[in-house]
Design a protein around this ligand. Structure first.
Ligand code: ADP
Ligand code: MG
Length: 401
C-alpha cells in the first residue's frame, strides 16, 4: 500500500511547497480545452494542499512534443481553464530557464498555485533524466503524484521525481485521484466479490493478450466483444467475411479458447454491414452466418441480452474496450447496452470499474458515467494494471507506514 496525501498531517504542510505531477493531457481544439475531466479530477488534491496552506507547483505533459517547445502543445489553455475551475489565480510559468522557474515558485503566496509549461518540452522528461528530476524536486518539500494516466511510464516527472524527492529527504506520496484509481483497479480486484465478470472488446487482440490471460485466471466469466471476438471466431473455424481479424494472433486465440473453456464467452450473433459508414444497411446474423462480403461491426441483440444478464448476476465487473464500432451511431447499440447493464448492476450494489480511453468515452456517451463505481482516467495504465503489470509511477511512491 502506498502512502496518500490524505495521510500526511495537514499541519505539516502549512508554508511548505508541494510539487504535484498531474495528468492535464486534455484534448484541445485550437486554444480551447474540449474536455476538462482530467483537470477536474485532480482538483480535490490541489484543494487539499491549498487548504492546508501549502504552495502548489503543478507539472504535466500534453501530447507528444518530443522534447521541443511547440506552441500547439502549450499548457497555456489548461492554465486558463484551471483558473476557472479553481476560482483562484494560477501562475503559468512558460520560461524553461531554471532561475526563472525558481523565482516564480518563490513568489507564490501560501496556498498559491503555479503551473509549469509542458514537461515534455524538455527531452529529459521522457528520458527520465536524473538532473531534471533533481531540479524539479529542488522546487519543493514533498512530491505528490496524481497522474495515474502516465503511471505506466518511468519519466523524470513521475518515478524520477519521486526518487529524487526521497533522495533529498522529502516524502513522495499518492494524490487523491491516484489513490482512488489504485484502490478500485488494484485492491478491489485482488479479492473481488463473486461472481466476478470481465468484459473485453476493442479493436486489437494483440495489444490485450496480457489482459485476457491475466483476467482469465481471476474471473468467473470473461465476455468478449468488439473486433477482438472476430479473431476468436476465426480460430474456431467460423467465416468472418471482411471483418477486422488479426491473422497473427490466431494461434494465441486458439490457446486462450482452450484455457478459457467454460469461462470465456463469445457473442452468438453479430451486426454486419457492407462498410463502416453511417448510412450502410446493417442487419443481425448468427455468428455462423456472416456473409462473405460483410463485416462484423457490433454484437447482436441476442448477445446483448445474454451479456446483460451475466453482468446483472455479477458482484464485481471490469470493462475495457467497446463492443463495436461505437463511433458510428448505428453500430453503437451493443456498447451502449453494456454500459447500461453495468450501470444497473452498480445501482444494485455491484462494483463496476471501466478502464480504457474509448470505453470511458462510450460510458460518457451512454450518459451513465455517474452511475458506475469508477471510470478510470488512464487508458494504458489501467490496462497494464489489469494485466498484472507494474506501474513505475506507483511503485516509486513511499509505502504506507
Ligand atoms: P479502449 O481505448 O477502451 O482500450 P480500444 O482502443 O482497444 O479500446 O478499441 C476501441 C476501438 O475498437 C474503437 O475505435 C472501435 O471502433 C473499435 N472496434 C470495436 N469493435 C470493432 C469491430 N467489430 N470492427 C472494427 N473496429 C472495432
Ligand atoms: Mg483506445
Amino acid at each position: 500500500m502506498k502512502k496518500t496525501i490524505s495521510e500526511v498531517d495537514p499541519r505539516s504542510l502549512a508554508g511548505k511547497t508541494a510539487v504535484v505531477r498531474v495528468d492535464f493531457n486534455v484534448p484541445l481544439e485550437g486554444r480551447e480545452v474540449t474536455d476538462d475531466r482530467r483537470i477536474a479530477e485532480s482538483l480535490p488534491t490541489i484543494e487539499l494542499l491549498r487548504g492546508a496552506g501549502a504552495r502548489v507547483v503543478l507539472l504535466s505533459h500534453l501530447g507528444r512534443p518530443d522534447g521541443q517547445a511547440k506552441e500547439e502543445f502549450s499548457l497555456a489553455p489548461v492554465a486558463a481553464r484551471l483558473e476557472e475551475l479553481l476560482k483562484a489565480p494560477v501562475a503559468f510559468v512558460r520560461a524553461p530557464r531554471r532561475a526563472e522557474v525558481q523565482s516564480a515558485v518563490r513568489a507564490l503566496p501560501a496556498g498559491g498555485v503555479a503551473l509549469l509549461e509542458n514537461t515534455r518540452f524538455l527531452a529529459g522528461d521522457e528520458d527520465n533524466d536524473r538532473d531534471l528530476a533533481a531540479f524539479w524536486a529542488s522546487l519543493g518539500d514533498l512530491f505528490v503524484n496524481d497522474a495515474f494516466g502516465v503511471a505506466h511510464r518511468a519519466h523524470a516527472s513521475t518515478s524520477g521525481l519521486a526518487e529524487a524527492m526521497r533522495a533529498k529527504g522529502g516524502q513522495s506520496v499518492a494524490g487523491l485521484l491516484m489513490a482512488r484509481e489504485l484502490r478500485f483497479l488494484e485492491e478491489a480486484l485482488r479479492s473481488p466479490e463473486r461472481p466476478f465478470t470481465a468484459i473485453l472488446g476493442g479493436s486489437k487482440i494483440s495489444s490485450k493478450i496480457g489482459v485476457i490471460s491475466a483476467l482469465l485466471a481471476r474471473v468467473d466469466h470473461l465476455l468478449i466483444g468488439g473486433a477482438m471476438a472476430n479473431t476468436f471466431f476465426r480460430a474456431m473455424g467460423l467465416a468472418t467475411g471482411t471483418s477486422l481479424v488479426e491473422e497473427d494472433s490466431l494461434a494465441v486465440a486458439e490457446k486462450l479458447l482452450g484455457e478459457g473453456e467454460g469461462r470465456l464467452v463469445l457473442p452468438v450473433d453479430c451486426v454486419v454491414a457492407p462498410e463502416l459508414s453511417d448510412g450502410a444497411p446493417s442487419r443481425a446474423v448468427a455468428r455462423e452466418s456472416v456473409p462473405g462480403d460483410m463485416m462484423i461491426v457490433d454484437i447482436g441483440p441476442k448477445t446483448r441480452a445474454a451479456f446483460a444478464e451475466e453482468i446483472g448476476r455479477s458482484r464485481s465487473i471490469v470493462w475495457n474496450g467497446p463492443m463495436g464500432v461505437f463511433e458510428i451511431e448505428p453500430f453503437a447499440a451493443g456498447t451502449i447496452a453494456i454500459a447500461h447493464a453495468v450501470a444497473a448492476a452498480c445501482e444494485r450494489g455491484a462494483l463496476g470499474v471501466i478502464g480504457g480511453g474509448d470505453s470511458g468515452a462510450a460510458v460518457e456517451r451512454a450518459g451513465v458515467a455517474d452511475r458506475v463505481t469508477h471510470v478510470s482516467t488512464g487508458g494504458g495504465a489501467s490496462i497494464k494494471l489489469l494485466a498484472g503489470g507494474r506501474l513505475p509511477g506507483r511503485d516509486s511512491l513511499d509505502d504506507r507506514a
